[in-house]
Each structure stands twice: as C-alpha cells, then as structure tokens.
Ligand binder design. Structure first.
Ligand SMILES: [Fe+2]
Ligand SMILES: [Fe+2]
Length: 184
C-alpha cells in the first residue's frame, strides 16, 4: 500500500533516522559495557540494538514507494562515558520515544488512515516501553557495581519485542512464533 499523507511519511523518515542511530549507539555502548566488565549489560545493549534495527527496517519498508533522497532529522542522544551515564542516555532516549514521539506518530498515522505506518509505530512503541524498563534495571545494577543476571535475551525480528529470562512465549505484540526470535 502506498503512503498517501506527507505528515505520516515525514514521521516515518524521522523515526527511521532515530531508530538507525539508536541501533548504532547501542552497539557502541555494548562494546563499552563489555570493556567495562559488564558482559550481560553488553548483551542487553546488543539485543536491544537488534530490536531498533527491526523498527528501522519496518519504517523503511513502509516508505518503500517514497523513492528518492531526503534529509532526515531525528533526535539523538550523544555521549560515551561511564556505563551509568550511557544507560541514562539509553533510558532518556527510550522514554522520549514512549512519552512523546511514538504516541504522536501513532495518532497521526491513525488519523490519516495509514494502516501500515500505524502498525510500524505501534510495534515500536510497545517495544520501547520494555526497553526503558530493561535499561532502568540495568542501571540499578550498575549503580551498585553489579552486572545484570546472566539470562537469555530474545528479540522478535518482526516487531522488536524483547524478553529476558527462561520462559519465553510467542510474541505478545505481533503474534510471531518464539522459534523465530533472535537470541542474545
Ligand atoms: Fe528501544
Ligand atoms: Fe513480535
């Protein structure tokens, strides 16, 4: 389905930019966490980086008929210092998406009857809520000088849903089978 509305298209491009940068930033912060002696927080960063890739991919694909160049402006968190500060940057970025960006983008897509964009924004919003809480938990651990527990991290490649633990089930957001989840 082709996009019919410029405002939704703009929001998709901005979200694509934001997710692309979050993906990269989390890979960098993952390496930082690994070097700082937090291998499980490093895995969390890498797993969530993959989820942000899934969001960027979804937004990009909804824009498939918007052929050509665009300058993309998107919010981005900067800084690569200690692990607690990096996690605060991650929390801030996720909360911006949860409280500001995606609810507005989602309502716009709904208002403009852009179903594919609505689904793409919905998937991202649901995953970012989980990410914010995971990063908060990781920061709590890091503040007491501890890594998070050594649990498996699963990410749905369709919607970016992220789960940490041993009792993973099929995706509660998009319905994908757990067998296709990527494990970190
Ligand atoms: Fe996220
Ligand atoms: Fe999913």
């Amino acid at each position: 389905m082709a996009l019919n509305n410029a405002m939704t298209a703009d929001f998709l491009r901005s979200a694509y930019g934001g997710e692309s940068m979050a993906h990269m930033r989390y890979l960098i912060w993952g390496d930082h966490a690994e070097k700082a002696g937090y291998p499980n927080i490093a895995r969390l960063f890498r797993g969530i980086a993959y989820a942000e890739w899934a969001h960027a991919k979804n937004h990009f694909n909804v824009l498939k008929n918007q052929v050509g160049d665009n300058t993309v402006a998107a919010g981005a968190v900067f800084g690569n210092t200690d692990i607690i500060e990096n996690l605060q940057g991650a929390i801030n970025g996720e909360l911006h998406e949860v409280d500001q960006m995606y609810p507005v983008y989602l309502e716009t897509a709904r208002f403009q009857n852009e179903k594919d964009a609505e689904r793409s924004f919905h998937f991202a919003l649901e995953a970012e809520k989980i990410h914010a809480n995971m990063f908060k938990g990781a920061q709590e651990a890091a503040k007491s000088g501890k890594d998070i527990p050594n649990q498996k991290i699963y990410v749905c490649p369709i919607c970016g849903y992220t789960y940490m633990g041993d009792n993973v089930s099929d995706c509660p957001v998009c319905g994908a089978k757990k067998e296709i989840f990527k494990e970190f």
